[in-house]
Design a protein around this ligand. Structure first.
Ligand SMILES: [Zn+2]
Length: 70
């Protein structure tokens, strides 16, 4: 009997690749919000098998996501 079935772990790693200033203020803290290119890697047993790239308007000060684009 082996316990290796506990390997069924799926996790996601979210990464901000780069960002640039955008005209707009965070609705939570009033700091400047930015457009960020985000990357999400979905991993199965620590092996990435799905990547998703998306854009979001985020506040780098408080971390709020104000808007995201597919
Ligand atoms: Zn904010």
């Amino acid at each position: 009997m082996q316990m290796e079935f506990f390997c069924f772990l799926i996790d996601q790693k979210k990464e901000m690749r780069r960002h640039r200033p955008v005209a707009g203020l965070c609705s939570r803290c009033g700091a400047a919000a930015r457009v960020a290119d985000m990357k999400t890697a979905t991993r199965f047993c620590c092996v990435p098998f799905y990547f998703k790239h998306w854009k979001a308007i985020i506040c780098t000060f408080c971390g709020a996501t104000l808007k995201s684009y597919g």
